[in-house]
Design a protein around this ligand. Sequence first.
Ligand code: PHE
Length: 445
Amino acid sequence: MKENRGSWGSNIGFILATAGSAVGLGNLWKFPYLVGKNGGGAFVIVYLFLVVLLGFSLMLAEMAIGRNGKSDAYGSYRKLNKKLGIAGFLGIFTCFVIFSYYSVIAGWIVKYVIEFIKGGIGGDVAAHFGNHISSPVAPIVYTAIVLLVTAFVVLKGVSGGIEKAGKIMMPALFISLIVITVRVLTLPGAMEGVKYYLTPDFSKINGQVILAALGQVFFSLSLGMGVMITYGSYLDKKPNIVKNSLLVTDLDTIIALIAGLAIIPATIAFGHEVTAGPGLIFITLPSVFAAMPLGSIFGTVFFILVLFAALTSTISLLEVVVAFVVDQAKIERKKATVLITVAVFILAILNSLSFGPLAGVTLFFGMNFFDFLCYLTDNLLLPIGGIMLCVGVGYVWKEADVVAEVTNGGTVKFRLVKVWLFVIRYIIPVVLVLILLQSIGVLKI
Ligand code: PHE
C-alpha cells in the first residue's frame, strides 16, 4: 500500500518540497506589491504577527492530519470523522481552482524569462505587458508550457519527481535571490527604500490591511486547502513535524522578507512608485532592470528564480488533486495526472481570456471569471478551509491522539502543545469567522 502511494526519500527532501510549495508567486510577486500598496513597514509587521499566531499552528495541524491519515486530503480528514470528508474535498477543489489561475500568471513569467534572455524589455513596459496578457493566444500557450512541466514532474511521483524538483530548484532559488538582493542594496539610493520597508507607519493599519495580510498568510504558506495534509501523508512516523512546520514557516517568511528587501528598494532607487499593485514585478521591475548596469543578466536570473518558485508551487497544487484521484478512485498516477491537467487547462483558458476578450464579461457577481475565482478562493474557500481544519484538530480528533501524533508518541518535546491547541480551538476560528462575515458583507471592518 505504502509503495503504491509513494513516500519521501528523506526529511530534507520533504522540507524542500514543502517549502517549495509555500514559496512561490505569493512571496515574490504578491508580498512585495502588498507591502507597497498597504503602507510599507506597517504591513510587514501585521503580516509577521499573523504568521506567528496562525501560520505555524495551522501548518502543524495539517501535517498531523496527513501523517495520521496516510491518505489524500479527503481520505485523511475522513479518518478523523466521515463527515469531515467535505473539508478535504473543499480543499482539493480550492487547489484545482487556484491552479487554474496561478498557472496563467506563471505563464506570464515564462514569457518574461524568454524576453530577458533575448535582452530585456525596453520602451513602454506597461503597454508591452498589457498587450501580452490581453492577447488571445500567446499567454495560453505559455500557460500550457507551465502545465506540461508541472504534469511531467507530478507524473514521476513523490520521491522521483516532486522531491527531486524541490531539491534542485529551492537551493538555486535561494542563492540567486541573495545575489540579486545584494546587487540591489548596493545601488545608489537603495537605502531610501530600505527605510520605507522597515519603518512602520502605524496610522496606515486598518481593517483592510489586516484582511489583506491574513489572506496572504494562507496563500503564502499554502494553508487551508490540503497541501500540507497531502505532503504530510507521505511522511513516516520518525520526523519531528513540530520542527518541520517551524522550519517551513520560517523559510517561507524569510524568503518573502528578502523578496521585499530586493524589490521595494530597487523600485524606489530608480524613482518608481511602489504602490503599483500587481504590475510591480511585471511593469515596474523590468524598467528597473533596464536602468541597472548588467540589468538584463540580473533580470534573467530574477525571472528564472520566480519561475522556479512558481513551478514548485504548481506541482503541489496538482499533487493535491492527483493524490485524491489516485487514492479514492484508484486510478493510476499517470492517467490521473493527464486527466486533471487537461481539465485545469480548460479553466485556465477562461482565466487567461479574462485579461483580453473576456475582460468585460462580468457574469459572476459583477466580476470577470479570473477576478471571481480569486475572490472565491481568497475570501471564502480559504477561511472556510481554515475553520474546518481547526474544528477537525481542535474538536473532533481526540486530544490524546492529536498530542501523540505531533509528539511522535511522546518522544518529541513540544512544550507549547497546550498553547497550540488553545490557539487552534479558540483563537484562530474566531479570527476566521470574523473574516468570513466581512467577506460576505455581514460585518464591516
Ligand atoms: N504558497 C504559494 C505561493 O506563495 C501558492 C500556493 C497556494 C501553493 C496554495 C499551493 C497552494 O505562491
